[in-house]
Design a protein around this ligand. Structure first.
Ligand code: OAD
Length: 235
């Protein structure tokens, strides 16, 4: 049946109560990207950046997976070929919904990273500039998230998957942040069928073969049913 590659963004977690970035009242209306999501902002004011991610960690820990996360996990279990989940989200709601091997291209709130020795570990719920790395002892502990100006994680692996995709879907992402926004072009070059599922048309909607508009908790389970019915018919 072929490999499915799915890219998700903040919109898939919106109905779990986690705010998106660019919708009205979203995180980027309340905080300046340069202050809280760049290496320069962290160097200037690490306490502020830790407070921002500590608050997001608390909020994410109180959120539950929704029907869209669960439907994608079901697709992973029941689709007769690989279903690769790539997320820009730093929450763990795909995993909470039962998904496995989720590729977190922008890192995770659950992770801490030492910028001196690159050691990674599970972060404390609260991080502070006084924290020390358990491996090298340096006070250079940061959230293991990707900031603007940094290279997202697992890019080679993701491009390999896109080059072999038969179906590519982008769910709940505004298509404004690269390189994720360009995945649709890689998938198109690989002759994949491309579909966008979003509340409203994204920046790059015209690049997709098909668009399905509506809240993810409604559209994603229906789309997954459609795919699994297709797989059954072809068996
Ligand atoms: P955005 O906030 O840019 O976009 C969220 C998208 O989800 C919008 O297009 C909304 O229309 C859509 N949406 C909102 N509610 C929805 C719902 N219930 N169902 C379906 N769609 C819904 O978030 P992302 O595209 O994920 O990066 O942002 C990409 C990256 O920009 C993030 O990973 C983050 C951010 O700055 C970094 O911090 C590096």
């Amino acid at each position: 049946m072929g490999k499915i590659v799915i890219l998700t963004g903040a919109g898939i977690s919106a109905e779990s109560g986690l705010g998106t970035f660019r919708d009205e009242g979203g995180l980027w209306a309340q905080h300046r990207i340069e202050d809280v999501a760049t290496p320069e902002g962290f160097a200037r004011n690490p306490a502020l950046v830790h407070r921002f991610y500590n608050a997001r960690r608390v909020q994410a820990a109180g959120a539950d997976a929704n029907a869209a996360h669960r439907a994608l996990a079901r697709l992973q279990r029941e689709w007769p070929d690989d279903v690769i989940l790539v997320t820009q989200n730093v929450d763990s709601l795909h995993e909470a919904g039962g998904a496995r091997d989720v590729i977190h291209m922008h890192g995770t709130l659950a992770g801490a990273l030492c910028s001196t020795c690159q050691h990674r570990w599970v972060s404390e719920p609260e991080m502070t500039p006084a924290d020390t790395c358990p491996a090298c002892g340096q006070r250079s502990v940061r959230p293991d998230v990707v900031w603007f100006g940094e290279m997202p994680y697992f890019m080679d692996e993701i491009y390999d998957h896109l080059a072999n995709a038969q179906i590519f879907a982008a769910i709940g992402t505004s298509g404004q942040v690269y390189p994720a926004a360009a995945f649709v072009h890689e998938a198109t070059a690989a002759d994949a069928e491309t579909v966008e599922l979003n509340l409203e048309p994204s920046e790059g909607v015209s690049y997709f073969d098909r668009k399905i508009l509506g809240p993810a908790t409604q559209t994603v389970p229906l789309w997954v049913d459609e795919l699994l019915n297709r797989a059954r018919r072809q068996n």
